[in-house]
Design a protein around this ligand. Sequence first.
Ligand code: AMP
Length: 404
Amino acid sequence: MPKKTIRDIDVSGKRCLVRVDFNVPLERQDGQIVITDSTRIQETLPTIKYLIEKGARIILCSHLGRPKGKRTPDESLAPVAPALAALIGRPVAFAGDCVGPEAKELAMSMGDGDVLLLENTRFHAGEEANDATLAKGMADLAEIFVNDAFGSAHRAHASTAGVADYLPAVSGLLMEKELAYLHDELETPQRPFVVILGGAKVNDKIGVINRLLDKADTIIIGGGMAFTFRKLVEGITLGNSLYKPEWEPIAQAALDKAKERGVKMLIPVDALITDSFDFGAKTVGNTRYTAVGEGIPDGWEGVDIGPESVKLFSEEIAKAKTVLWNGPMGVFEIKVCAKGTFDLAEVIAANQDAKTIIGGGDSVKAVKKAGLSDKMTFISTGGGASLELLEGKILPGVAALQDK
Ligand code: AMP
């Protein structure tokens, strides 16, 4: 997916409208709004610093939360300006709207290397509607559009796609990295290429399974969706485990395709089961591991993979040269059901001969919680965007960028 990046064009002295993902968690503490996790700001610093170094004039825009076209003070991006200023060691000006006379005046009076942050793009209903007037209004502030918001690239909004109708559009360095690992690297992977997919529902992941059946040597299925596969392959009972009859034909088609392509499909052979489970209270009743090949008894449900499954999966992962992981092996939000997910994170991290790519969402949370982030080759910042890219979909925010 060779898209032009900020390195491919001359940005010095140019006003660059940079779409970032500053959708950070905010909390009111003692009457003050505080950013509780600045990871998303940190992730885009390479792009901002590169542009500063080149003497570009940097106009940052982002959405925050879901204000749905209304100005909601608790979803203002204003607190991000001082936080960013502290991280880059220079002032960050703030405009109270992402279009209009104030933004225009501030943009036009910028010097080389100056940084300006615009207010939440979603304060305008036109953002999510990809309204041309809003897009043109933002584009009028700048000479170049830079998209570094991979996490929003699956949405055709005014600030992610619309502005590219009016400005030359290139990717930032975070966007470039995401596309390199979640797309380019998987087109021609180092083999064996092992894909591990978990999560709750078969229908949510089937797009990814189908696409990766064309690329992978082995696909490992875990999490809630594995039970449908186990019913089909082993004919076991599932008790109250996650399962829907309509998932069966979808899973069967994937099994057939794997056989046809010579792709090895591994499913769990044991499970952690419980006789009651309260997701809200994060508690479970009695628990035990099933024996290998044993079904889930009536009144019980599977909430994690068991030790024999971890062992089976580990042997495959240890041999891999490329590993892609998306989705937890169990209800990892509850401590007693998280062992399979964390054990697998350890196994992936231990294979330092492989490129290890963590493809977004809950697996990213698990890797971070396990303190294994720096042992992985790449950790995606996108949730929905990663999944859609892995499914082979064209992301509007990427399609809008100029080809190399
Ligand atoms: P996804 O967003 O599709 O990756 O799914 C993640 C969710 O799947 C997490 O909230 C997990 O708690 C849930 N999950 C994983 N394994 C199971 C399981 N065996 N039963 C129910 N939910 C599960």
